[in-house]
Design a protein around this ligand. Sequence first.
Ligand code: ISL
Ligand code: CA
Length: 567
Amino acid sequence: MNAMKYEKWYKEAVVYQIYPRSFQDSNQDGIGDIQGIIQRLDYLVKLGINVVWLSPVYKSPNDDNGYDISDYTDILSEFGTLEDWKQMLGEMHKRGIKLVMDLVANHTSDEHPWFVESKSSLDNPKRDYYIWRKGKNNGRKPPNNWTSFFTGKAWEYDPHTNEYYLHLFSKKQPDLNWENPKVRNETKEILRYWLDLGVDGFRCDVINIFSKKEGLPNGKWKIALTGSEHYLNEPKIHEYLRELKRDVLSKYDCFTVGETVFVTTMEALEYVGEKREELDMVFHFEHMAVDTINNKWFITKFKPKKLVKVLSKWQEDLNGRKHPEFGEGWNALYFENHDQPRSVSRFGCDGVYWQTSAKMLATALYFQKGTPYIYQGQEIGMTNAHFVRLEQYKDIETHNIYKIGRSMLHFTHKRMMKKIKYMSRDNARTPMQWTNEKYAGFSKTSPWIEVNPNKNVINASLQQTDPDSILSYYKQIIALRKKHRVLIHGEYREWRQPSPNLYIYERKEDAECIVVMTNFSRKSILPRIPNVLARENFEYLMGNYGMQPLSPHQQMRPYEARVYLLK
Ligand code: ISL
Ligand code: CA
């Protein structure tokens, strides 16, 4: 079979991310599961999405909630069985929903049989599956100064063989050695296994850090991620991705979205440019850093202008005009995932303007060029967890940063809790709020992580019957994307504004043009619209203030969003 045969259906897709542990519990053990997902598929059909990205459901000791895999071809028993999974896939396909699985191949769990073998002796055939090195100073110090994404050293000493292994995440997540062709072949087998079972694509975890610079040199000291200049976007990763594409992915009708940390637009194009034959799109993080300085834990006030600048840059740079040798690239549009705070709490207002601002954010994002990704609960405007005690948080990253902040930086408990409250990944991991029942309809028993106390006000069941709800608004957005081709293929152009809080852009293809207007503030602001355009030129399509405004030139009210067809 030939890659060219397939239509690029993913460009018209709308993806919904499920974090299985927190979506729906079917057997009342407090943990979401696969049968739970099956129960909620009709909800997803009504929403209008047509692809599900499922965060890991593989066997895992759950040091990092499934991103530490101990068996890539079987299902974690808390989530169900492979039979359940097959049933889920069948039920999805029956409803026209495709399934994208999470491929976590930078590292395995330390309980994966490969690692168990690898650490058993220096001459084990699987020794080279991982990155083992002798320590410095007669073994007393780690091989280099690299630090982990979850803070602390990136090396763990193993007394049995007197060497250290590299782990860029937790010490229970040893990094695989991608320079070893056997490791690449194992990954290909895993891909084939799931593709042959019928999956439609992969979200590839931290794909741009697989290849490490030869010799593993010391990195320049940084407040976080010392050493990263020696593994971010190393030239060989591009070879490896083309190898996966050539040997496996091109033979199936599937797509890939790579999670690429700290990439610039130009680096991203090397992964997604159509001529590169590597990935179909990437998740970048530039817009996820606009409220931080250098590091996610150094938080600064959110300024809409910064966000808009980044969004426009990605829209413009990926069109490929600056680098025709790479070809055009395709964007992945997201504000949320299981690692990020809730967008309404972060870029909107989860108080008075909760509903308006959640709708505005969706308008600003999902009419851009690219494939929309909706993270579970985002479509009902779920907010940050607002936990008050450290014990309420479950995430390994959160607990690690708390320890480091207190012990090494000498920050007060209060200061650390403030950071965590804003930035912890658990903000996105509280149970999906289906109803106002005790456990939000997620489960009948106390869940693995507490339900957000606002479930009585924010839940899907309330919103399903309300035409003015955030959920209904998301349905409208998805329907509009399906109706207007220009929203898929049209060119993007920002209409720059004097106000730093207004974001207006157009999508244009041939004679069709759609204008999207959003206000990121609680003030009313006059938009700047070319004078030549009269009121009659604008056909109102949708907005978050109900009734059609009198004129497109009219003030943008607090967090207002309006969408017009330009004639
Ligand atoms: O959330 C982050 C840390 O604050 C990110 O840096 C995150 O670690 C990075 O985006 C990689 O994320 C992915 O791989 C991790 C896993 O913990 C995340 O859940 C996953 O999305 C390790 O597999
Ligand atoms: Ca369960």
